[in-house]
Design a protein around this ligand. Structure first.
Ligand code: SF4
Ligand code: SF4
Length: 241
């Protein structure tokens, strides 16, 4: 049974972080390229959602949407090993039965995680590089709304305030991604909370502002972004609203 305070905290976190990340329905952009035809982040074959252990307690009390993810063998073992401390892997009932009010924080945050520098400062949203080729948003970061970025900041600041151990977990994860980027000779892309985008040198942690147009596009979205003129982009947004 979870503590009353934790229950209230997660209720508040969910209320404050309920908006979509863009005015564009991005599931319509990535879904057609997914062999199962559903938005990539809702496809259990590609993304296994996780939740903070306390969050899982909250969800269990309030909805039948989720159950622990169960799988055996080397894939399962690998995922369990990669999982941050204090998190559990979950499986929802599927895209058609989504209950938006009970999406996990990782569902709401995808494809982003709170990036922390080595001093523990939280300057912005980083994205999970493993999903570059399948998540349309990563190739179109300029469409992420300011309202969403601010809610993301508020939400994770509250999480870190109430649960400092989760801050340490994301600090370790950011450190791991800096090491990985450094090995691949890549920069880390950050969305700052004021609306600007930055590239971070993973070795020195120095960052510089970059125009969204200079950021990379990946997989099947590389060509489509080149073909998409601003006017066309606007008319697509209008039809998807
Ligand atoms: S966040 Fe990425 S993976 Fe999820 S629906 Fe949008 S484009 Fe698809
Ligand atoms: S709960 Fe909803 S948003 Fe989260 S993975 Fe399931 S279908 Fe997708």
């Amino acid at each position: 049974m979870m503590e009353l305070l934790d229950r209230e905290i997660f209720r508040e976190l969910y209320r404050g972080f309920a908006m979509p990340l863009s005015e564009i329905d991005c599931g319509l952009r990535c879904g057609p390229y997914n062999e199962y035809g559903v938005p990539v982040c809702c496809d259990i074959h590609l993304v296994i959602p996780s939740a903070f252990d306390l969050e899982w307690g909250f969800l269990k009390e309030n909805t039948d949407l989720w159950q622990p993810w169960s799988c055996h063998g080397s894939v399962a073992q690998g995922l369990e090993e990669e999982l941050q401390d204090g998190q559990v892997l979950l499986q929802c009932k599927g895209y058609q039965e989504c209950q938006r009010d009970y999406r996990t924080l990782t569902c709401r945050a995808f494809p982003f995680y709170p990036y922390l520098d080595s001093k523990g400062f939280f300057p912005g949203l980083g994205y999970y590089p493993d999903f570059r080729d399948v998540c349309w948003i990563i190739s179109n970061l300029e469409v992420v709304s300011q309202v969403y970025k601010e809610a993301f900041q508020r939400t994770f600041q509250r999480v870190f305030e109430f649960y400092p151990e989760y801050r340490s977990n994301f600090a370790s994860y950011s450190n791991y991604l800096r090491a990985e980027a450094s090995e691949k000779n890549e920069k880390i892309v950050l969305l700052g909370f004021s609306g600007n985008a930055y590239l971070v040198n993973p070795q020195t942690e120095q960052n510089y502002e970059v125009d969204y147009k200079e950021l990379g596009a990946y997989g099947p979205f590389e060509i489509s972004r080149e073909l998409q003129f601003p006017a066309e982009n606007r008319s697509l947004q209008d039809t998807e609203k």
